[in-house]
Design a protein around this ligand. Structure first.
Ligand code: PRT
Ligand code: ZN
Length: 293
């Protein structure tokens, strides 16, 4: 394989997406060399190189063809997308780094509907997304573009309201702010530009993508084992979310059977209690490490 056939993926070096991105790639079987302190590492067992960068730089690195793929928040991608002449393609949502871009204001702010934003000033590090939202909704509000600690802008009288990322909502409540309207739901995505990859790189991407899908499916799935009377089986199966045909094994000691089943949805305590009430016993719920369908 030629050096230029190696697929280069930019991920965040440090921060909220850094660990999630690296863990995902390692769960896909990438053996990365050298150790974590470097800005760049190479996978030993697949033609993939990883660049460790600031998340905001990933769209530029993709547009400039310094890397082929990136793992970045949809918020960053959509904020920056209009600055580039080419399109970005979000290949797969990765299920981590979940947050929302929301307009928030002081607890005492009298919010009725979007019209309440007219005439207000809004501080944000997402001026492009905010501007688009305001114009799509015919709201006449001014934007104060600031790069950090957006949540203190109302206290400092820099702006009436803010538009910032929220995940738990703790930062807002600590600053006596309340969430008013969500502009965008975001999570980490694997992204490329519209430019076609070489055949070798496309093949590597196809392998990686299959593995990522397998990791994500395994994360959502559980292996469930339990004993049940044969006559309760039909009833019990209706209680199991997202399952296909179970494996049923007779037990030698009594007229019960052992049931093995993969559930593709979360299994909650309520589900287990319902199973037990329907006659199931010795219920085990096990995590699944890898899955390929
Ligand atoms: O150095 P570098 O530029 O790489 O990092 P950064 O400081 O710009 O980014 P970082 O690590 O803070 O965030 C990277 C990405 O994580 C973001 O672009 C989002 O896609 C995602 N993400 C998920 C978040 C949050 N959740 C989040 N809660 N990014 C930021 N926040 C901040 C938010 O801005 C606010 O200050 O956390 C605070 C709110 O959190 P809660 O839990 O109190 O609501
Ligand atoms: Zn950043």
């Amino acid at each position: 394989m030629q050096a230029n056939e190696r697929l280069t993926i930019a991920i965040q070096k440090k921060g909220r997406l850094g660990d999630g991105s690296l863990t995902l790639l390692q769960q896909c079987g990438l053996k990365l060399y050298p150790a974590k302190s470097s800005l760049f590492y190479s996978a030993e067992n697949l033609p993939i190189d990883i660049l460790l960068v600031r998340d905001d730089d990933i769209p530029t690195l993709l547009a400039d063809k310094i890397c082929d793929l990136g793992i970045v928040g949809e918020n960053v991608l959509q904020e920056q997308a209009s600055q580039y002449p080419l399109q970005f393609e979000s290949i797969i949502k990765l299920g981590f780094g979940k947050c929302r871009l929301a307009i928030a204001g002081p607890n005492k702010f009298d919010y009725i509907n979007l019209d309440s934003l007219n005439g207000k000033s809004i501080a944000s590090s997402y001026p492009n997304l905010l501007k688009k939202f305001l114009s799509q909704n015919n709201i006449d509000a001014s934007i104060v573009n600031i790069s950090g600690s957006v949540e203190i802008a109302p206290q400092l009288k820099m702006a009436d309201l803010i538009c910032d990322l929220v995940s738990t909502g703790r930062t807002l409540s600590e600053n006596n702010l309340k969430e008013l309207f969500v502009l965008l739901q975001s999570q980490a995505v694997l992204v490329k530009t519209e430019c076609a990859l070489s055949t070798g790189k496309s093949e590597t991407l196809a392998v990686l993508l299959r593995r990522i899908e397998g990791v994500l499916q395994a994360q959502e799935s559980k292996y469930i084992l339990f004993h049940a009377p044969k006559e309760a089986l039909a009833n019990i199966q209706r209680l199991l979310p997202g399952t296909e045909a179970p494996t049923i094994v007779p037990l030698s000691c009594n007229d019960k059977v052992a049931v093995h089943v993969v559930s593709r949805e979360g299994v909650f305590w309520g589900t287990l209690e319902n199973l037990r009430n329907a006659g199931a016993s010795s219920i085990l719920v096990l995590p699944i490490e890898k899955m390929m369908l």
